[in-house]
Design a protein around this ligand. Sequence first.
Ligand code: APR
Length: 320
Amino acid sequence: MFDKIGVIGGGMIGGVLCQEIPKRRLARTLALVDIAPPDMAKGKCLDIAAGSSVVGFDASYDAGKGYEVLKDCQLIINTAGVPRKPKPDGTLPTREELLSINLRITNAVGEGINENCPKAIVISIANPLDAIVYRLSQILGRNRDTLFGMAGVLDSARYRYFVAEAAGVSVENVEALVLGGHGDTMVPIRSACRIAGMPVNLFLNDETLTAIENRTRKAGGEVVKLLGTGSAFVSPAWSALEMAEAIIYDKKKVLAVSARCEGEYGVDGLFLGVPAIVGASGMEKVIEIPLTEGEKKLLGVSIEAVKKTAAEVDSIVASL
Ligand code: APR
């Protein structure tokens, strides 16, 4: 158990995190910051606290609109951002407009962390994932072990679920990895997919696996379309909590995370979805795995997309 964990952004994903953190007894104090008026963060925490006697957990809460509630947090999970929705004039913001709004928010988030809990390990979920975690790393100026992004756990979980469903086996039997950027170029690694330790090809043919991999790449969009408003929120929160538990309990768990590569996979200084060991000090080691020629090629395409996003961030930040 940690003394204090902070959640930045108490919307759909942040809301699940705030329920689960005290319920799973991950922290004695839960901090929540959200700028939404009149004081949404306080309201969410009061709601959870009011139900705590029914579920049976004790926790204290530090919630509000200002980042000072994050004082002395040991772990931060960042979900702050705005989704793509029509502007007051009815038109949709361009990708660039949306990115610049979210980068402004990220600037405030980074400063809030630096001022109040500079030693906290930071897991960032906010989208566009690759851009936000890259910008946060510029502001926080940390070693790579204490700042990383959550995308790979979720993308891999989706792949695992689709494989389990098609093979007619338990999701618990399926191991899978999705690497690269968190977008259409992500790379499900078929050569690393196993069912109870056996190669996935023993259970599913190439055609089925290709369809599953394509569905995995677009799984976030599939949920968006079905929900009507908003995006997936339960599975992203659970995925971030798997990372948080690996840190809190020093599990040394191998997870796909968005980590700043320092030479691994031929990438230097950019965040890429890679397998890594996650433990008490955060992202402790990036693991380089052998890939097939086809997978290497796809990862190359994904790396190019991540590089393009980073260049876009640099140019927008320079103009803010
Ligand atoms: N500081 C703190 N909170 C902020 C800030 C800020 N500067 N700006 C916005 N927020 C809050 C909003 O008020 C909102 O409550 O962030 C919250 C985001 O919540 P939702 O809009 O419900 O989004 P959610 O579905 O939770 O997703 C959060 O994770 O997966 C990504 O694409 C997703 O970027 C999005 C993020």
